[in-house]
Design a binder for this molecule. Sequence first.
Ligand code: SF4
Length: 309
Amino acid sequence: MLTTRTIADDILELKEQRKAIVLAHHYQDSEIQELADSVGDSLELARRAKQFDGDVIAFCGVWFMAETAKVLNPSKKVIVPDREAGCSLVDSCPVEQVREFKKRNPEYAIVSYINTSVEVKAESDILCTSRNAVAVVNSIPAEQPILFLPDINLGNYVKKQTGRENMKIWQGACIVHATFPARRVVAARTEHPDALVAAHPECPPDVLRMADFIGSTSAIIDWCVHQSSQEFIVMTESGVSHSLHRLAPEKKFYFVANENCNCSECPYMRKNTLPKLLACLENLEPTVELAPGIIERARVPIERMLQVK
Ligand code: SF4
């Protein structure tokens, strides 16, 4: 019987030839997640990239994640299917403004969310992800003032959780999570009265107030899978539905459209496609190129974060 060769077959073959690993964020298309060696959130993928001992890391996520992989494993070639896979949080936080703040406020500890450029990471004292942000802030001496950047909603959530008053928060936002309107969550709860609400901390405070659970992407998946409830309203990027349906096929998951694209997909994450993944494995570009100096400086706050339990 004749079988038709697919683009997935070509990618898997090329992956072997290149001694490559494919890492995929939960917000990637299902077909990319299916092919990946590891699927995870920013923290999980950073740890995986650090441990990899092959030649090429094909990072299916956004650019700042690939930069983090390069910093943690600089001898590897790190490629991304689409160079335009950016992030509104990175764009909201230019390094010049961070340097200016540091010059004027040298007493502040700079706590940066991983969703920042490598240059901003290099100016930071410690990094955090949505999973460990509370623990990271708690690891800083109580009397030291903090600048938390760049996500305003995550910053406010962390400030509330830690009770930290001496914490300034940058005014950046995620175009996906920050534009989920509370009224649509109310409508979804009316339509699905038995559903529990799980929300990412990048969502606005009025959405978080309605949540039964607040956590990172992986924490949301884990919580939904292990709850006895059968229905969930999931306030994050809808790419997580792939893992949710795989891990809990009997449960129902509802996603709420945001004001920005009237969907719950990240336009940056969705720039990566299977044909672009194949092309980047063939051509070994776009490649993350970083000067040794910036790698050295950015690694320090990332490693500090990885030490925080
Ligand atoms: S979902 Fe938001 S935070 Fe994540 S990459 Fe997209 S714009 Fe950035």
